[in-house]
Design a protein around this ligand. Structure first.
Ligand SMILES: *[C@@H]1O[C@H](CO)[C@@H](O)[C@H](O)[C@H]1NC(C)=O
Ligand SMILES: *[C@@H]1O[C@H](CO)[C@@H](O)[C@H](O)[C@H]1NC(C)=O
Ligand SMILES: *[C@@H]1O[C@H](CO)[C@@H](O)[C@H](O)[C@H]1NC(C)=O
Length: 243
C-alpha cells in the first residue's frame, strides 16, 4: 500500500510541468530568464528577470529592427501613440518569463514555439486599439500574407490600406486577430489576478503583476494534469484490488 502511494506521488510530481520562469523557444529569447541590468526604454520593467538580452530590448524600439524586419509603416507612418503599444507588445513577447501557461509548439521556420490565447487585461487591449484605430493597415493577420520580396513586409498589391477601425471593428478583433490569436480579449481588469498586462510599473517596490497571474494558470494546468494521471493510475489499482 505504501509503495502504491509513493508511486502515485512520484507519478503525480512527474506529471506536473514547469510553466513558471520559462522563456519561449523563439527567434531571439534567452534559454532561461535572468537579470538584465541594462534593458532599454519600455522593456525596463522586465530587468529583474528577463527573457530578452539588452540588444533585443534596444532593437524592440527601432522602426525597422533586425528582430523581424517588420515595417510598422506599411500604410504610411504609424502614429507615435500607436507605435508605443507595438513596442510594448514586442518587449512583452521578447522579455516576459511569465508566458509559460500559453506556450505552444509550432511548426515554423523561424521559431519552435508561439504563445496562444494569452488573456489580456481589458485596459491593455482597449488602450492599444484606441491609440491605433485611426492608423492604417492593409492586413488583418500581421503574421502572414505579406509581400516580403523587398526584404521587409509590404502590402500585397491586391490589398488596400484601410483605417484600423475598418479592418478591426472592435478592440477584441484587433487584439485577437492581429497576431493570429496570440492574445485573447478579456473583460477582466488590471489587478483582477486573471489577466496579463503588457504595460505595468515596477517602481516603488511594485512587483510584476503577471507573475501571480501565470502562477494561477500554471497551477490550474498542473492540477488538471495530475487529475488525469491520478485517474489513469487509480483504475489499475482498483482493478488489482477487486481481483
Ligand atoms: C545579443 O546579445 C546576446 C548576448 O550578449 C548575443 O548572444 C546575441 O548574439 C546578440 N544578438 C545579436 C543579433 O547581436
Ligand atoms: C511584391 O513586391 C514587389 C516589389 O517589391 C512587386 O514587384 C510585386 O509585384 C509584389 N507582389 C505582390 C503580390 O504584391
Ligand atoms: C504607471 O505609472 C504611471 C505614473 O505613475 C501611471 O500614469 C500609469 O498609469 C501606470 N501604469 C500602469 C499600467 O499601472
Amino acid at each position: 500500500m505504501l509503495r502504491g502511494a509513493l508511486l502515485l506521488a512520484w507519478v503525480l510530481s512527474a506529471a506536473s510541468e514547469n510553466y513558471m520562469d520559462v522563456c519561449l523557444d523563439g527567434k531571439h529569447q534567452k534559454v532561461d530568464p535572468g537579470p538584465e541590468d541594462d534593458l532599454h526604454g519600455q522593456c525596463t520593467p522586465w530587468k529583474e528577470k528577463s527573457c530578452c538580452f539588452t540588444n533585443t530590448s534596444q532593437e524592440a524600439h527601432k522602426d525597422q529592427s533586425y528582430l523581424y524586419n517588420f515595417n510598422w509603416d506599411h500604410c504610411g507612418i504609424m502614429s507615435p501613440a500607436c507605435k508605443t503599444h507595438f513596442v510594448q507588445d514586442t518587449c512583452f513577447y521578447e522579455c516576459s518569463p511569465n508566458l509559460g501557461p500559453w506556450i505552444q509548439k509550432v511548426d515554423s521556420t523561424w521559431r519552435k514555439e508561439r504563445i496562444l490565447d494569452v488573456p489580456l487585461c481589458k485596459e491593455d487591449c482597449e488602450g492599444w486599439y484606441n491609440d491605433c484605430k485611426k492608423d492604417y493597415t492593409c492586413m488583418e493577420n500581421w503574421h502572414k500574407g505579406w509581400n516580403w520580396t523587398s526584404g521587409t513586409n509590404q502590402c500585397p498589391i491586391e490589398t488596400k490600406c484601410r483605417l484600423v477601425s475598418d479592418v478591426f471593428p472592435s478592440a477584441r478583433d484587433f487584439c485577437e486577430k492581429i497576431w493570429s490569436n496570440s492574445y485573447k480579449y478579456t473583460t477582466s481588469v488590471r489587478g483582477s489576478g486573471v489577466c496579463m498586462q503588457i504595460w505595468f510599473n515596477v517602481t516603488n517596490g511594485r512587483v510584476n503583476p503577471n507573475v501571480a497571474v501565470a502562477k494561477r494558470y500554471a497551477d490550474r494546468l498542473n492540477s488538471a494534469g495530475s487529475l488525469q494521471v491520478g485517474l489513469l493510475l487509480l483504475v489499475p489499482l482498483c482493478l488489482a484490488w477487486a481481483i
